[in-house]
Write a new protein. Structure first.
Length: 128
């Protein structure tokens, strides 16, 4: 169920399609999502939904939750973990790497977003 990407040949200008970079979950992030799905009893029909909403201290905030895929979602597969993103959020999350980190200030998901022009200290808010 992963989305096909071709980096070898650009899309022809007349296609009207936009080429997106994949979203990446690191091995640590996949393990944490899998664990959270088991704790919450999310069945195989559920996927991790990533999104972007207006707000936060930098203009946009990331959202995460478990949901069933919708027809217009982009779907990515990381072993048995599926990630879905709605079309509006996809433009802001294009090429994002999501990791799960543990440090002195706590643990959590870290978004490395190439579209973010500014981020805040909380790590869950950004400007694009």
């Amino acid at each position: 169920m992963s989305e096909a990407h071709s980096h070898d040949a650009p899309l022809p200008p007349s296609s009207g399609k936009t080429e997106f970079e994949p979203i990446v979950l690191t091995e640590q992030a996949v393990k944490k999502v899998r664990s959270a799905m088991q704790k919450e009893g999310a069945g195989p029909e559920k996927a991790l939904r990533l999104g972007v909403v207006g707000g936060g201290c930098s203009g946009f905030s990331y959202t995460m939750g478990f949901d069933e895929p919708k027809d217009d979602d982009a779907v990515f597969a990381f072993e048995d973990v599926r990630v879905v993103i709605d079309p509006a959020s996809r433009e802001y999350l294009d090429g994002t790497i999501i990791d799960y980190v543990t440090g002195l200030h706590g643990s959590g998901f870290k978004f490395e977003n190439p579209k973010a022009t500014r981020t805040c200290g909380c790590g869950s808010s950004f400007s694009a």
